[in-house]
Design a protein around this ligand. Structure first.
Ligand code: NAI
Length: 333
């Protein structure tokens, strides 16, 4: 029986990478009925807003969604639809495996780490106000509940995937209360997983260690904002944003999406690399139990990267989005 999945193609390069991904999944034999939802901001009564309810309802019904990137205006305009979806569905864990792909030339060929980012609070609580003209306050919210919940997620993931170490990342030397609570909560949870090592780094030192010796890291556990920044840094270690998949996981629903944004600078130019979206879909296929299809699709991607003949511009090749996709589909065994 086919699995129902909500599909949100997004905007910018979203529809291009979504189309490429669907082509691969279909060719690999995925058994999915897609429920397509448009999440681009519509101009209506609330100018520039998106009607979120039907999208949220669809994901509540299918429990699983695959999503392309959605633009969020900087400084003004509507609030992030991505953040709103994560909040509405309580997708509290953001998971980003960062692994070196065969054939990609970077200074680091041993990178195989996983970022676990708390997805619901911190400075993303959206609690900002103007105290007086020229002065604003933005509130960082950290709770013991959310910190322990994400710590359990990270340690359970490490246990399930046979990973050996969780590294907590923080700035508890300066934000003694908020980051202090995050770190303390993780240390408490870690006691329930004696076979997994816990260590911790202050965020600035961690960034330096990551760009010098990334192979030392296994599972990284971070608050929302640090997680956002460090996951892009880690994408850079393995060749860029076009290569790294992601998942937002909650108790009832999960939403799979690439780490990158809508890339307006290359939208419509056939330059988008669909690998990140394809790998996100592969994570999703494993999650819904279609493991054989996931493995088949992943092997085909690895083959195309190993051969290095049909790579997109962002990783030093000349192929268009469509040519790369044709090569991957052709590499399916
Ligand atoms: P971005 O990730 O869209 O682009 C950064 C750079 O990476 C650009 O030069 C872009 O061309 C390149 N790039 C990204 N993905 C690529 C791909 N698949 N293939 C080849 N090159 C790729 O980040 P930016 O410019 O900061 O954000 C653009 C918009 O996307 C913003 O409105 C932002 O809010 C939104 N965004 C949405 C996300 C989501 O839907 N989950 C995540 C991140 C940003």
């Amino acid at each position: 029986m086919n699995t129902k999945v909500t599909l949100i193609p997004g905007d910018g390069i979203g529809p291009e990478v979504s189309k490429a991904t669907l082509r691969l999944l279909e060719a690999a034999g995925a058994q999915i009925d897609w429920i397509e939802m448009d999440a681009t901001p519509v101009v209506g009564r609330r100018k520039g807003e998106t009607e979120m309810n039907p999208i949220v309802e669809s994901i509540r019904k299918t429990h699983v969604a695959l999503k392309g990137p959605i633009t969020t205006p900087v400084g003004t305009g509507h609030r992030s639809i991505n953040v709103a979806l994560r909040k509405a569905l309580d997708l509290y864990a953001n998971l980003r495996p960062v692994t070196h792909l065969p054939g990609i030339k970077t200074p680091f060929e041993q990178v195989d780490l996983v970022i676990v980012r708390e997805n619901t609070e911190d400075l993303y609580a959206g609690l900002e106000h103007e105290v007086t003209p020229g002065v604003v306050e933005s509130l960082k919210v950290i709770t013991e509940y959310a910190s322990k919940r994400i710590a359990h997620f990270a340690f359970d993931y490490a246990r399930r995937m046979g990973r050996k170490k969780v590294t907590a990342i923080h700035k508890a030397n300066i934000m003694k209360l908020s980051d202090g609570l995050f770190l303390h909560s993780i240390r408490e949870v870690a006691r329930e997983y004696p076979e997994i090592e816990l260590n911790d780094y202050i965020i600035d030192n961690c960034c330096m260690q990551l760009v010098m010796r990334p192979e030392r890291f296994d599972v990284l556990l971070l608050e929302n904002l640090y997680g956002d920044i460090v996951s892009d840094l880690c994408a850079g270690l393995v060749g860029g944003l076009g290569l790294v998949p992601g998942a937002n996981i909650g108790t009832d629903c999960s939403l799979f999406e690439a780490v990158h944004g809508s890339a307006p600078d290359i939208a419509g130019k056939h330059l988008a690399n669909p690998t990140a979206m394809m790998l996100s879909a592969i994570l999703m296929m494993r999650y819904i139990g279609q493991t054989a299809v996931a493995n088949r699709a992943e092997r085909a991607i690895h083959k195309v990267y190993s051969q290095g003949k049909y790579l997109t511009h962002d990783v030093g090749g000349k192929a268009t989005t469509e040519e790369f996709t044709t090569a991957v589909v052709g590499a399916l065994e």
